[in-house]
Write a protein that binds this ligand. Structure first.
Ligand SMILES: [Zn+2]
Ligand SMILES: [Zn+2]
Length: 178
Protein backbone atom coordinates (compact mmCIF):
# COMPACT_ATOMS: atom_id res chain seq x y z
CA UNK A 1 0.00 0.00 0.00
CA UNK A 2 2.73 2.35 -0.90
CA UNK A 3 2.58 4.88 -3.65
CA UNK A 4 5.68 5.49 -5.62
CA UNK A 5 5.44 9.14 -6.51
CA UNK A 6 7.19 8.81 -9.83
CA UNK A 7 4.45 6.37 -10.85
CA UNK A 8 1.65 8.87 -10.42
CA UNK A 9 0.56 9.88 -13.93
CA UNK A 10 -0.41 13.41 -14.86
CA UNK A 11 -4.13 12.65 -14.61
CA UNK A 12 -3.76 11.19 -11.15
CA UNK A 13 -3.97 7.71 -9.75
CA UNK A 14 -6.94 5.82 -8.35
CA UNK A 15 -6.29 3.20 -5.71
CA UNK A 16 -8.58 0.81 -3.99
CA UNK A 17 -7.80 -1.76 -1.37
CA UNK A 18 -9.32 -3.91 1.31
CA UNK A 19 -7.64 -5.11 4.47
CA UNK A 20 -8.67 -7.26 7.37
CA UNK A 21 -8.76 -5.92 10.89
CA UNK A 22 -5.62 -7.90 11.73
CA UNK A 23 -3.64 -5.73 9.41
CA UNK A 24 -4.76 -2.63 11.28
CA UNK A 25 -3.88 -3.98 14.69
CA UNK A 26 -0.48 -5.17 13.54
CA UNK A 27 0.23 -1.70 12.22
CA UNK A 28 -0.38 -0.01 15.56
CA UNK A 29 2.78 1.55 16.93
CA UNK A 30 1.79 0.80 20.53
CA UNK A 31 1.07 -2.85 19.88
CA UNK A 32 -2.24 -4.54 20.27
CA UNK A 33 -3.71 -3.90 23.68
CA UNK A 34 -5.94 -1.27 22.19
CA UNK A 35 -9.23 -2.33 23.80
CA UNK A 36 -11.10 -2.07 20.53
CA UNK A 37 -11.31 -4.19 17.43
CA UNK A 38 -11.30 -2.88 13.89
CA UNK A 39 -13.30 -4.81 11.27
CA UNK A 40 -12.54 -5.18 7.59
CA UNK A 41 -11.36 -2.02 5.95
CA UNK A 42 -12.28 -0.75 2.49
CA UNK A 43 -10.38 2.23 1.25
CA UNK A 44 -10.26 4.15 -1.97
CA UNK A 45 -7.92 6.99 -2.75
CA UNK A 46 -7.11 9.41 -5.48
CA UNK A 47 -3.54 10.68 -5.61
CA UNK A 48 -2.47 13.59 -7.72
CA UNK A 49 0.76 15.47 -8.17
CA UNK A 50 0.66 19.21 -7.79
CA UNK A 51 4.14 20.45 -8.58
CA UNK A 52 6.28 18.77 -5.93
CA UNK A 53 3.38 18.07 -3.60
CA UNK A 54 1.04 15.13 -3.67
CA UNK A 55 -2.63 15.57 -2.93
CA UNK A 56 -4.46 12.55 -1.62
CA UNK A 57 -8.20 12.34 -1.24
CA UNK A 58 -9.73 9.23 0.12
CA UNK A 59 -12.59 7.43 1.68
CA UNK A 60 -12.42 4.66 4.25
CA UNK A 61 -15.20 2.38 5.38
CA UNK A 62 -14.88 0.08 8.32
CA UNK A 63 -16.39 -0.69 11.69
CA UNK A 64 -14.94 -0.62 15.17
CA UNK A 65 -16.00 -2.96 17.91
CA UNK A 66 -15.91 -1.09 21.20
CA UNK A 67 -16.87 -1.64 24.79
CA UNK A 68 -19.45 0.77 26.16
CA UNK A 69 -17.95 2.74 29.04
CA UNK A 70 -21.28 2.69 30.95
CA UNK A 71 -22.71 -0.82 30.53
CA UNK A 72 -19.50 -2.60 29.40
CA UNK A 73 -21.35 -4.32 26.54
CA UNK A 74 -19.57 -4.65 23.22
CA UNK A 75 -21.04 -2.83 20.26
CA UNK A 76 -20.12 -1.99 16.68
CA UNK A 77 -19.53 1.55 15.56
CA UNK A 78 -19.81 1.94 11.78
CA UNK A 79 -17.13 4.25 10.46
CA UNK A 80 -17.04 6.26 7.24
CA UNK A 81 -14.17 8.64 6.80
CA UNK A 82 -13.40 11.12 4.09
CA UNK A 83 -9.97 12.63 4.19
CA UNK A 84 -7.75 14.98 2.26
CA UNK A 85 -4.05 15.33 2.63
CA UNK A 86 -1.43 17.37 0.96
CA UNK A 87 1.96 15.84 1.33
CA UNK A 88 5.06 17.78 0.56
CA UNK A 89 8.65 16.70 0.26
CA UNK A 90 10.31 16.57 3.68
CA UNK A 91 13.13 18.75 2.36
CA UNK A 92 10.76 21.67 1.83
CA UNK A 93 9.25 21.61 5.33
CA UNK A 94 11.46 24.42 6.64
CA UNK A 95 9.39 26.96 4.78
CA UNK A 96 6.78 27.98 7.27
CA UNK A 97 4.05 29.41 5.06
CA UNK A 98 2.43 25.98 4.89
CA UNK A 99 -0.32 26.71 7.37
CA UNK A 100 -1.64 29.60 5.32
CA UNK A 101 -1.62 27.71 2.08
CA UNK A 102 -3.27 24.56 3.39
CA UNK A 103 -5.70 26.03 5.85
CA UNK A 104 -8.56 23.62 5.20
CA UNK A 105 -6.51 20.54 4.57
CA UNK A 106 -4.46 18.17 6.54
CA UNK A 107 -0.92 18.28 5.43
CA UNK A 108 2.06 16.14 5.96
CA UNK A 109 5.24 15.19 4.28
CA UNK A 110 6.83 12.37 2.43
CA UNK A 111 10.39 11.21 2.38
CA UNK A 112 12.19 9.92 -0.64
CA UNK A 113 9.82 8.82 -3.36
CA UNK A 114 7.32 6.79 -1.36
CA UNK A 115 4.02 7.59 0.32
CA UNK A 116 2.75 5.02 2.77
CA UNK A 117 -0.98 4.96 2.31
CA UNK A 118 -1.36 2.30 4.97
CA UNK A 119 -0.03 4.66 7.59
CA UNK A 120 -2.52 7.33 6.57
CA UNK A 121 -5.40 4.86 6.76
CA UNK A 122 -4.34 3.67 10.22
CA UNK A 123 -4.05 7.25 11.43
CA UNK A 124 -7.49 8.16 10.11
CA UNK A 125 -9.15 5.19 11.75
CA UNK A 126 -7.42 5.86 15.07
CA UNK A 127 -8.89 9.36 15.03
CA UNK A 128 -12.36 7.81 14.99
CA UNK A 129 -11.95 5.76 18.14
CA UNK A 130 -13.98 7.54 20.84
CA UNK A 131 -12.36 8.22 24.20
CA UNK A 132 -15.58 7.31 26.00
CA UNK A 133 -17.44 4.84 23.83
CA UNK A 134 -21.21 4.70 24.38
CA UNK A 135 -23.39 1.93 22.94
CA UNK A 136 -25.98 4.68 22.55
CA UNK A 137 -26.43 8.16 23.96
CA UNK A 138 -29.17 6.97 26.33
CA UNK A 139 -27.32 3.99 27.75
CA UNK A 140 -28.42 3.55 31.36
CA UNK A 141 -25.27 1.76 32.40
CA UNK A 142 -24.90 -0.63 35.29
CA UNK A 143 -26.53 -0.31 38.69
CA UNK A 144 -23.82 0.92 41.02
CA UNK A 145 -25.23 -1.27 43.81
CA UNK A 146 -26.03 -4.67 42.26
CA UNK A 147 -24.26 -4.32 38.95
CA UNK A 148 -27.06 -5.39 36.63
CA UNK A 149 -27.31 -3.89 33.18
CA UNK A 150 -30.07 -1.30 33.49
CA UNK A 151 -30.71 -1.36 29.75
CA UNK A 152 -32.00 -4.91 30.11
CA UNK A 153 -33.21 -5.31 33.67
CA UNK A 154 -34.60 -3.17 36.45
CA UNK A 155 -33.77 -3.15 40.10
CA UNK A 156 -34.97 -1.07 43.02
CA UNK A 157 -31.70 0.62 43.81
CA UNK A 158 -31.38 4.35 43.55
CA UNK A 159 -28.93 5.14 40.78
CA UNK A 160 -27.22 8.37 40.02
CA UNK A 161 -27.59 7.94 36.29
CA UNK A 162 -30.82 9.92 36.21
CA UNK A 163 -29.93 13.55 36.60
CA UNK A 164 -32.30 15.75 38.62
CA UNK A 165 -33.35 17.78 35.58
CA UNK A 166 -34.28 14.61 33.77
CA UNK A 167 -36.31 13.42 36.74
CA UNK A 168 -38.06 16.78 36.93
CA UNK A 169 -39.01 16.52 33.31
CA UNK A 170 -40.45 13.09 33.92
CA UNK A 171 -42.67 14.41 36.73
CA UNK A 172 -43.77 17.28 34.59
CA UNK A 173 -44.88 14.93 31.84
CA UNK A 174 -46.82 12.75 34.23
CA UNK A 175 -48.68 15.75 35.58
CA UNK A 176 -49.68 16.91 32.15
CA UNK A 177 -51.00 13.54 31.20
CA UNK A 178 -53.42 13.54 34.06
ZN1 LIG B 1 -23.93 0.98 27.12
ZN1 LIG C 1 -29.39 -2.51 41.53
Amino acid sequence: MQINISNIPEEGLNLRFSKGGNWFHQSLPMGDDSGFCVRNIDAQCFAEKILKNVSIKGRIETGIELECCRCLEKFDLPVEIEFKYVLMPADDLKKDDLELTYKDLEYGYYEGDIIDLGQIVVEQILLQVPVKPLCNAFCKGLCSVCGINLNIEKCNHETQQISSSFAALKNFKTKRER
